[in-house]
Design a binder for this molecule. Structure first.
Ligand code: SF4
Ligand code: SF4
Length: 316
């Protein structure tokens, strides 16, 4: 698999990054033992790049899947929504401790949406700079679902890595279209930042055209690597085959669960509305007795599930 250098950090990552959001409570809700199987498989198939986050609650899955793997063979990217210095310090220390790391490859400000949002995280960014100076973090990053957030990050020289929503249909970009995001990323590259894409399959909407969706991103000069959620061995095998430029056999395709995933809200919903405020895609609204989802807008990020006090939201 193609390896790509992260600027002059000395780190090189596989073009395919294993996204881990899908493993945890916000999506497939796998146990650490179940989730570890996919993680181990991707490592054995040559992947060295893993993307996770404090809020995904999947550090135990990763720790188990990568048990015994020398940490210098891996580049792990994590993130936190923390705004303050102290909050970010706790997030970084939790990641180091739970994943038995001495160094974290990339640590992101999670979901930067605008210039003001980035400014409000000065304490968190100062903390990451401090950790980077001490060699605890290899590179500082920021993830974003917006063009405005990506542009803000472009203007922050302390940030080395950009992790935007990016796919062939522009699905999940909150404040613009694909072209707008590509323009913003052209600037990211011009400023020397490493870019890897999230939601390459639009939260599952492009699953039926998976090769085309990956090909689109792999040919972009503005995209260095691609993070894709993989929850079982068959998904890992299929994605690794594609990134190794191998033909996907019909047998393997048949093993991959090709049914599109969707968001389900159970009848025990108490109509509190918290999830509606959380969804930045505008995919949720109040129905007659419970919240309803607009599948055409939902990117299956699972963030609404994290705020539901009744635990009645699931990606299935
Ligand atoms: S409804 Fe919104 S917050 Fe929930 S999974 Fe879909 S896009 Fe994400
Ligand atoms: S947060 Fe949960 S309980 Fe509240 S409206 Fe949304 S689905 Fe219903």
């Amino acid at each position: 698999m193609r390896m790509i250098n992260i600027g002059n950090t000395g780190m090189a990552v596989t073009e395919l990054c294993h996204g881990t959001l899908i493993l945890g409570k916000l999506q497939a809700d796998l146990t650490p033992e179940e989730g570890a199987v996919a993680i181990r498989k991707s490592y054995e198939m040559g992947v060295n790049f893993y993307d996770t986050a404090q809020s995904y609650q999947v550090y135990p899955h990763l720790a188990l899947g990568l048990k015994g793997v020398p940490r210098d063979k891996l580049v792990i990217a994590s993130k936190s929504h923390a705004h303050s210095y102290e909050g970010m310090k706790m997030a970084v220390e939790e990641c180091l401790r739970t994943l038995s790391l001495e160094q974290i490859g990339i640590f992101h400000l999670h979901q930067v949406q605008s210039v003001d949002d980035l400014r409000s995280r000065k304490g968190a960014l100062d903390c990451l700079l401090e950790f980077k100076k001490r060699g605890v973090i290899g590179a500082i990053g920021a993830s974003s679902h917006t063009v405005a957030g990506t542009q803000a990050v472009n203007n922050e020289s302390a940030i080395d890595v950009v992790f935007p929503v990016l796919n062939s249909k522009g699905l999940g970009i909150i404040d613009g279209n694909l072209q707008d995001m590509l323009e913003a990323l052209k600037e990211s590259k011009a400023k020397g930042k490493f870019v890897y894409a999230m939601k390459p399959l639009g939260g599952g909407h492009l699953y039926k055209e998976i090769e085309e969706a990956f090909d689109f991103l792999r040919q972009l000069p503005t995209c260095d690597a691609i993070a894709c959620g993989m929850k079982d061995e068959a998904e890992v095998e299929m994605n690794v085959s594609i990134f190794n430029d191998e033909r996907v056999s019909e047998e393997l395709r048949g093993r991959v669960h090709a049914v599109a995933r969707r968001l389900v809200i159970y009848d025990r919903c108490i109509a509190c509305g918290l999830c509606i405020d959380e969804c930045d895609q505008g995919a949720l609204s109040m129905g007659e007795s419970k919240v309803v989802v607009d599948d055409s807008k939902c990117i299956l990020c699972g963030y609404c599930a994290a705020v539901c006090p009744e635990y009645v939201i699931r990606v299935v």
